[in-house]
Design a protein around this ligand. Structure first.
Ligand code: SF4
Ligand code: SF4
Ligand code: SF4
Length: 201
């Protein structure tokens, strides 16, 4: 009886210790259960819908290992159920569309798609802060670096314009853009939730 009481007490202590360990995470429940995808935070090419991704990805890390540019990083424990799943932080290192990751994924979390069909998101230009739109500055960095130059992005009267039907969301333009405002926000970003209208912007 005494022994059972001791075990119960130990179990209780374990439970309390576990609760205490989880307490700091309680305030970030959205991070634990929510999607890590957002502005400039992208799944690799060919990723299935985000609501299915966490279940399809087995956290094997093959996409991360094969990427020659180290564009893909594994999420850590602060991302809760998404820990170990792959993410691209476009501002730090974009995707260069080599398409090697889609070949090695064993589960179909990344579908075997072609480069031109990749839609990680959409490049959006802020006309208020983009140098080429606001000044007479002849900045064309985003246009120059785009792997699909003159297809996904073109110049209209020397100003870069994204073609929403062809942009892959690779983020190469975001990475290369030399400008940021006082809050560190660049005039071009990748929106993973943008729904293409099928027409040039
Ligand atoms: S397509 Fe190539 S560059 Fe892009 S994330 Fe996959 S392996 Fe990396
Ligand atoms: S290769 Fe596929 S299953 Fe493995 S970590 Fe990457 S997305 Fe997940
Ligand atoms: S416009 Fe930017 S995000 Fe779109 S394909 Fe070109 S470099 Fe990639």
């Amino acid at each position: 009886m005494d022994a059972r009481k001791k075990i119960d007490r130990r179990d209780l202590l374990k439970i309390l210790a576990g609760t205490a360990a989880l307490a700091p995470l309680a305030g970030c429940k959205a991070n634990i259960l929510g999607s890590p995808v957002g502005i400039n935070r992208l799944r690799p090419p060919g990723a299935v819908d985000e609501e299915d991704f966490t279940g399809r990805c087995i956290r094997c890390g093959r996409c991360i290992e094969v990427c020659p540019y180290r564009s893909i990083v594994p999420l850590d424990a602060t991302d809760g159920v998404n820990a170990g799943t792959p993410l691209i932080l476009a501002e730090k290192m974009p995707c260069y569309l080599c398409m090697e990751c889609v070949v090695v994924c064993p589960t179909g979390a990344l579908q075997k798609i072609e480069l031109e069909d990749t839609r990680m998101g959409m490049a959006i230009i802020n006309n208020e802060t983009c140098l080429a739109q606001t000044d007479d500055t002849l900045c064309r960095t985003c246009y120059s670096v785009c792997p699909l130059r003159d297809i996904a992005i073109h110049l209209k009267e020397f100003k870069p314009q994204v073609d929403t039907s062809a942009c892959t969301g690779c983020g190469v333009c975001v990475h290369a853009c030399p400008i940021e405002d006082s809050n560190g926000v660049k005039p071009i970003l990748i929106d993973p939730d943008f729904v293409p209208q099928g027409e040039s912007s």
